[in-house]
Design a protein around this ligand. Structure first.
Ligand code: AKG
Ligand code: FE2
Length: 273
């Protein structure tokens, strides 16, 4: 990585600035420091831990039709590695997205009306990466988030994945690796320049997003990204981050009666994880 501009961090103020819009449009991502205070991060983590216990005690395997990834940590305890629709069971998570600053984020999609997908797609996804023998989520291969729309035969509209960090994220616990600027690629390379999800190899052009609890990182749905595997096991590998999509187009609300989309069954067959 030889462009120091890519390491630039921003502060989320009372409005989105032109400089922030320009950076995002150029690179397909933007990183804001200290979006929420540490106390709020702690309250969210506590709320997610309680939701996790509830899910495990009640043998819940999916939320609104989307399967949970449940693994086992290094101490033999069950761990919910990927919790979709986490605002359903975790109140502090639901409260976070009432923050009026999420309205401002819509300015990054100026050409279409957009909305937070709190009850669409996978809702607020809480990722809990952990490196242990029986973890269900140690890393995530290269992919673009619009893959799902492509698979579902839907029109590809701008989409932003909004990430809020709950732990430090960097090389010691894997970290998010992105290919800046790839959101401006052709539809063909968006889908096929790497083998989606299966390819886990380092790319010479990737950059690591190093973040702290409370940081906010937005990335465009068409940008290639992956989460690396931690070189550590156990506690040192723990990485928690929540994502909610900012979406446009057709509204498809999910609830307790909606069915599991077919590609989850495909994923199971081919063991994508
Ligand atoms: O955990 C991350 O930072 C990224 C996760 C991700 O890319 C995804 O869930 O689609
Ligand atoms: Fe992703």
């Amino acid at each position: 990585m030889n462009n120091p501009e890519l390491l630039k961090k921003f502060t989320f103020g009372s409005d989105i600035t032109q400089e922030q819009l320009d950076f995002y449009n150029k690179y397909g991502f933007i990183h804001f420091k200290n979006f929420i205070p540490k106390e709020q991060v702690a309250a969210i983590v506590q709320s997610l831990n309680e939701a996790e216990q509830y899910i495990i005690t009640n043998n819940i395997s999916e939320i609104y039709g989307i399967p949970l990834k449940i693994g086992v940590d290094d101490k033999g305890n069950k761990i919910v590695n990927r919790m979709p629709f986490s605002s359903v069971y975790a109140k502090a998570v639901a409260d976070l997205y009432k923050d009026p600053r999420f309205e401002l984020i819509k300015k990054f999609i100026p050409d279409y009306p957009s909305r937070l997908g709190l009850q669409e797609k996978d809702g607020v996804v809480s990722n809990h990466f952990f490196n242990s023998a029986n973890s269900a989520y140690k890393q995530l291969g290269w992919h673009t988030d619009v893959l799902r729309d492509f698979v579902m035969g839907q029109k590809m509209l701008p989409m932003i994945n909004i990430g809020v960090y709950l732990t430090h994220s960097g090389p010691e616990n894997g970290g998010l690796r992105i290919l800046p600027g790839t959101h401006r690629q052709s539809a063909f390379s968006m889908m096929f320049s790497k083998i989606q999800v299966v390819d886990r190899n380092e790319d010479p052009n990737e950059i690591l997003v190093e973040a702290e609890p409370g940081d906010l990182c937005l990335h465009e749905g068409r940008m290639w990204h992956r989460v690396g595997i931690s070189p550590n096991f156990g506690e040192k590998s723990r990485r928690r981050v929540m994502y909610v999509p900012l979406i446009c187009g057709k509204v498809e609300i999910r609830n307790e009666h909606t069915k599991t989309p077919f590609y989850h069954k495909l994923g199971k067959r081919f063991k994508f994880k």
